[in-house]
Design a protein around this ligand. Structure first.
Ligand code: PEP
Ligand code: MG
Length: 580
């Protein structure tokens, strides 16, 4: 934190971009208000009833919120509410505190807080980051119960105001966020939360600037103070000076104008100034994302990460469940390409806590296609589901993490086996279904021409390609500053892959985060890339770059960049070329 008189800034993790300027609205933290008091024996029964009533009230509140959800709110919102309802119904929250009241003769708020602390401690011991973060859900549910016990108003006490309001909270529960949404807050910032916390997921889907992990924002900021939230930089400026405020007002106006302008090119074809068409596709995690794909103007799905269908489940989804999910997406896209990636479990994407790998280097372990080949039954089920769904749309199969041709050939044999089993049963499928491979291991990039020969298309997974080329764990904060897509070795591997595809007339896409970074669009086009697949929210800003591209010029720029072996020279050159 840096401070200058009353103006100061706080740094956290920006989880949703954009700029908001407005008045701080501090969300009360009921947990801090809980005190401990003893009750005489004759009041214990009443205290237990008071507790039961509070649980019931919260249950009703959550149900009302759930049923008032409109169709166009993100699907994860109702999933979060369900999670909270389940937690509330669990004995550990609805029964154990009553035992504590009876045994310790303490007040209900204190009893449930004690129980919450115990549960949180157990969550703390979980290694899996995603599951560990679910402790925030427990805290959020308990906070609701405590608010009721303390007689706090349960709806966010929001006055209609002229100026924008920015929520400042220790943490924000999904249920609160839904109410906040109805009040059109400009941004929200929290003390806690990581990149995979529910708060972060929600912020992204609500499309408002947001910063988490600010640590002491709620302590340092006063109600009603003027604050600036820069979601892209992860910075909050409290009581900005006139000059800073003026600068940010300008930037905010520019941001809003840019977003509006971008919407105008939604139906414009993504074609360069010299007439080359560029495919702009979207990445999805499940059928619920298809609406966002359509709203983005993307003309296909370049990466459907199917592992999300398998995560947080005790049982593998069976063939029918998978078939329905793939078919739903294929049909919804009405013949546009839908590239479905086979299971990429392992490394940071584990199915459930029991399956957490105990190998020392999970990113180098039995993940993705390696896992599928070692569990042929799981692979067979998925391949059958994919083939069956191919009858209902334009499905392509994409295999992750290939590193040797042997893996590809085994995959092809299994695909043939799955086709044979369907033929025998007279189940229709696309006999000519395209098979592509992810190029995300340096070994595959170096050998890209051999893969291109045996595949119908290639898709470069730059997220992993960078991780494996630079030996930098993509999930480790400590080395995040070294993770650089412009590293000359990374660019060389991308270039080798694009050229290998071009030589053999096979399409090559980039589906890692690089594809959605508009600052890299011109460089990638200059390197020969003609297909990009990205988060739907990036499609329009990338399209804008495409519309301002001239292939001849960009090709010569890219050649210059690729001739450099020094990252420090490459970075300014890319910035300079973006101006042309
Ligand atoms: C990648 O590695 O770039 C990629 C797209 O796959 P994932 O991020 O799912 O590993
Ligand atoms: Mg990958």
């Amino acid at each position: 934190m840096s401070s200058a008189q009353s103006s100061f800034s706080i740094h956290g993790i920006g989880v949703s971009s954009g700029i908001a300027i407005g008045q701080a609205h501090l969300v009360s933290n009921a947990l801090l208000e809980v005190v401990h008091y003893q009750l005489p024996p004759h009041l214990i029964k009443d205290e237990v009833t008071r507790f039961d009533d509070a649980i019931l009230t919260v249950k009703k509140d959550l149900e009302v919120i759930r049923s008032s959800l409109s169709k166009n709110v993100p699907a994860e919102l109702s999933a979060f509410i369900n999670t909270h309802l389940m937690m509330l119904a669990d004995k550990s929250l609805s029964e154990v505190p009553k035992d504590i009241i009876r045994k310790e003769h303490c007040n209900a708020e204190w009893a449930i807080k004690q129980q919450m602390d115990d549960i949180v401690e157990q969550f703390e011991a979980i290694e899996d980051e995603y599951l560990r973060e679910r402790q925030h859900d427990v805290v959020q549910v308990v906070e609701r119960v405590i608010k009721v016990l303390l007689g706090h108003p349960r709806q966010a006490p929001v006055k209609q105001q002229e100026s924008a309001i920015i929520l400042v909270a220790h943490d924000i529960s999904p249920a609160d966020a839904i109410q906040f949404k109805q009040h059109h807050f400009a941004a929200f910032i929290t003390d806690v939360g990581g990149a995979t916390s529910h708060t972060a997921i929600l912020a992204r889907s609500l499309n408002i600037p947001s910063i988490v992990a600010l640590q002491r924002a709620r302590d340092l900021i006063n109600d009603g103070e003027l604050i600036i939230v820069d979601g892209s930089l992860g910075v909050v400026i409290v009581n900005p000076s006139k000059e800073i405020l003026a600068e940010y007002e300008l930037r905010q106006n520019q941001w809003v104008l840019e977003q509006q302008k971008l919407k105008r090119i939604k139906s414009t074809k993504a074609v360069t100034m010299d007439g080359t068409a560029i495919d702009l596709y979207a990445n999805i995690e499940g059928p619920e994302d298809v609406d966002a794909v359509k709203a983005s103007g993307a003309t296909g799905i370049g990466l459907y990460r199917t592992e999300f269908l398998f995560m947080n489940k005790r049982e593998m989804p069976d063939e029918e469940e998978q078939f329905q999910a793939y078919k739903q997406v294929a049909e919804a896209m009405h013949g546009l390409p839908v590239t479905i990636r086979t299971l990429d479990l392992g490394a940071d994407k584990q199915m459930n806590p029991d399956s957490v790998s105990d190998c020392a280097n999970p990113a180098l372990g039995l993940r993705a296609v390696r896992l599928c080949l070692s569990e042929p039954q799981i692979f067979h089920t998925q391949l059958r589901a994919l083939l069956r769904a191919s009858h209902y749309g334009n499905i392509k199969i994409l295999v992750p993490m290939l590193s040797s041709l042997g893996e590809l050939r085994q995959t092809k044999l299994l695909l043939e086996r799955a086709k044979l089993s369907l033929r025998k049963q007279n189940v229709p499928f696309d006999e000519n279904i395209a098979l592509g491979g992810m190029i995300e291991v340096p070994a595959a990039a170096i050998n890209a021409d051999a893969f291109a020969k045996e595949l119908d298309f290639l898709s470069i997974g730059t997220n992993d390609l960078i991780q494996y080329t630079l030996a930098i764990d993509r999930t480790d904060d400590a080395v995040a500053h070294l993770y650089n897509p412009l590293h000359p070795s990374v660019l060389k591997l991308i270039s080798i892959t694009i050229k290998a595809g071009a030589k053999l007339g096979k399409s090559v896409a980039v589906c890692g985060e690089m594809a959605g970074d508009a600052k890299l669009t011109k460089l990638l086009i200059g390197m020969g890339l003609r297909q990009f697949s990205m988060h739907p929210s990036n499609v329009l800003s990338v399209k804008q770059q495409v519309l301002h591209s001239q292939i001849a010029k960009l090709s010569s720029n890219a050649r210059k960049i690729l001739s450099h072996t020094d990252l420090e020279k490459i970075e300014p050159l890319v910035a300079k070329f973006n101006l042309h």
